[in-house]
Design a protein around this ligand. Structure first.
Ligand SMILES: NC(=O)c1ccc[n+]([C@@H]2O[C@H](COP(=O)([O-])OP(=O)(O)OC[C@H]3O[C@@H](n4cnc5c(N)ncnc54)[C@H](OP(=O)(O)O)[C@@H]3O)[C@@H](O)[C@H]2O)c1
Length: 212
């Protein structure tokens, strides 16, 4: 598939390289193309462009920007470039405040989520929450003695969730489909839980698994 990744941080670069490794065509987008020139030269045939060029290129969009900037980045990507497309939302609503005893502070409350806000703002896009509850070092082909870790996903469009589940399977994950967008209220805080061992014990390499 043609994957358009919005972002120039570690998550964007890791996911872009991962989709490339697994045979997809990739364009990565930023406000400042110079930030990605080195990455693009090291990852041919991936290309770097603006947010809107990456979104226009995409059959599947990946949103990998700072949570507080997610709406702005999507506006720069432009709603018509997102319409009808799965948008894999890896963001977390982390506030610009320090963690409290290792617990991140969010700018959302318990009865809402960043992804629902974005879905409300961009109704034609088909948001699917994924990749928000694991560190970027483990996002692609994660290897654990306990087998494949679980990626919790959700989003209003069933077909988009199916596409994302297929992509996750290629990238080495099992998927736990939690249904509609409101499930992001539970999936986004998994990021808080995931980060506690990191901030308190410098352990950053775990992932979640759902046992049945
Ligand atoms: N780090 C991890 O391992 C990890 C794991 C899971 C989920 N996440 C989530 O993934 C997302 C990306 O994390 P990250 O650490 O890779 O990068 P980040 O530092 O959180 O975000 C960098 C990106 O945000 C964009 N950005 C910042 N301010 C902006 C603004 N005012 N308007 C538009 N875009 C703006 C930047 O755009 P430019 O390219 O134009 O500078 C850049 O692409 C975050 O939401 C994070 O919570 C991170």
């Amino acid at each position: 598939m043609k994957v358009g990744v919005l972002g120039s941080g570690d998550v964007a670069k890791v996911l872009a390289a991962g989709f490339l490794k697994h045979g997809h065509s990739v364009m990565i987008g930023t406000r400042e193309r110079s930030k990605l020139e080195k990455w693009a030269s090291e990852n041919p045939p991936a290309r770097a462009g603006s947010f809107s060029e990456a979104a226009a290129f995409a059959e599947v969009v990946v949103l990998a920007v700072k949570g507080t900037a997610a709406s702005s980045a999507l506006h720069l990507a432009s709603a018509p470039n997102l319409a009808g497309k799965p948008v894999i939302d890896a963001t977390n609503p982390i506030a610009d405040l320090p963690p409290v005893n290792g617990v991140l502070q969010f700018f959302t409350g318990l009865d809402e989520s960043l992804m629902e806000r974005l879905q409300g703002e961009f109704p034609e896009a088909r948001f699917v929450k994924a990749f928000n509850s694991v560190g970027n070092a483990r996002m692609i082909d994660p290897q654990f003695a306990g087998g494949r870790p679980t990626m919790f996903i959700c989003g209003n469009d069933e077909r988009a969730r199916g596409i994302v589940a297929e992509l996750l399977d290629q990238l080495g994950w099992e998927t736990a489909d939690m249904g509609k967008a409101e499930a992001a209220r539970a999936i986004e805080p998994l990021c808080m839980l995931w980060c506690i061992p990191g901030f308190t014990r410098n352990e950053w390499s775990h992932a979640f698994k759902l046992l049945k």
